[in-house]
Design a protein around this ligand. Structure first.
Ligand SMILES: NC(=O)c1ccc[n+]([C@@H]2O[C@H](COP(=O)([O-])OP(=O)(O)OC[C@H]3O[C@@H](n4cnc5c(N)ncnc54)[C@H](OP(=O)(O)O)[C@@H]3O)[C@@H](O)[C@H]2O)c1
Length: 313
């Protein structure tokens, strides 16, 4: 093994960012976390940053409104990982990353940049529905800026975070699993990929010093986590020792349900459509520009979905 890169995580107190900070420290990287003055009196974020420091991370003060501060921050490291927000019902600022790209370009020392992706591969979503396509379009805008600036990159296509898609058996409007009734999308047999978020972080950090992932998209597709909605439900039924009442929703009805929803809901529901009806996570072979994480890193003991669901029992 060569020398481990120094890593800066931007967005480190976020949902996936905090896990990436921990994985970076655990895998022995000198880890820096951006500390934004804008967090002000958000005591939860402050405490989290302090907890990272206790675990061995270094905090770097910089602001998206101060280009030079971002340049100085990225100059400290070899690898920058951005986990900027991108979920409409929480917070979404994907295009803010263009400022970070500018800073990385100006600094000129960064060996690898991982922008905030961590979902479906936006390059394969050119046909996506309005308005949800905004997520993919913005991620592609950031990719173009990275590639135009000749910044070495890795894009992580993490598929479905289990906390949003498995914990609730893919029901919308809740993050807990139902105990009586469950709605199936179509026949419920479309294959999706479900990922424990800590595993997303583990695989992400594995890629950063790996020449096989340079300028590639890394798909997280561990074979036992490629499941249909029905297979996921079966796992839950086994855990609780009970069959759920199942109803189904046709593709047509699902699409009609989009109308009249607020913008953030339409974005989310549109993404569900592509995942559960169209099968956009599994309906393609990984092409030349891509590699699969569990093949590259067979030593990672990834979490299976029955294990993920166990605490919800
Ligand atoms: N595959 C899936 O199922 C799935 C699910 C959810 C998200 N995602 C993707 O994962 C990525 C991260 O999403 P997330 O849910 O982890 O994000 P999040 O927790 O909502 O936010 C992440 C961080 O973004 C930073 N941020 C927010 N607003 C900012 C602003 N105005 N200026 C500068 N920084 C700002 C904050 O960084 P600080 O720590 O500095 O405050 C925040 O902690 C996105 O690309 C999203 O699309 C994928």
């Amino acid at each position: 093994m060569g020398i481990k890169s120094k890593v800066l995580v931007v967005g480190g107190t976020g949902y996936i960012g905090r896990r990436i900070v921990r994985a970076s420290i655990e895998q022995g990287h000198e880890t820096y976390v951006l500390q934004r003055p804008d967090i002000g009196l958000d005591v939860e974020k402050v405490q989290m940053l302090v907890s990272f420091k206790k675990q061995g991370a270094r905090l770097v003060e910089a602001s998206f409104s101060d280009h030079q501060s971002l340049v100085d921050a990225v100059k400290l490291v070899d690898v920058v990982i951005c986990t900027m927000s991108g979920v409409h019902f929480r917070s979404h600022n994907i295009l803010m990353q263009l400022k970070l790209v500018e800073a990385i370009k100006a600094a000129g020392n960064v060996k690898r940049f991982l922008p905030s992706e961590f979902g479906m591969d936006p390059a394969l979503m050119g046909h996506a529905l309005e308005p949800g396509r905004v997520t993919f379009d913005e991620k592609m805008t950031v990719r173009k800026a990275i590639e135009d600036a000749n910044i070495p990159f890795t894009y992580i296509s993490a598929n479905c975070f289990a906390g949003y898609f498995a914990s609730n058996l893919a029901q919308m409007g809740t993050l807990f699993p139902p105990r009586d009734k469950v709605l199936l999308y179509g026949d419920g047999n479309v294959k999706v990929v479900l990922m424990d978020e800590d595993d997303v972080a583990t695989y992400t950090i594995k890629t950063i010093d790996d020449p096989r992932t340079l300028n590639k998209t890394v798909y997280l597709r561990p074979p036992e986590n490629i499941l249909s909605q029905r297979e996921l439900i079966e796992k839950w039924e086994k855990l609780i020792g009970k069959q759920l009442d199942k109803s189904t929703m046709s593709e047509q009805d699902f699409l009609s349900s989009l109308k009249g929803l607020d913008f953030a809901s339409q974005v989310g529901v549109g993404h569900f459509y592509h995942v559960f009806y169209e099968g956009c996570l599994t309906n393609f072979e990984i092409a030349e520009h891509g590699v699969e994480a569990s093949e590259l890193y067979p030593e990672v003991k990834y979490t299976r979905m029955d294990e993920y669901l166990q605490p919800y029992v």
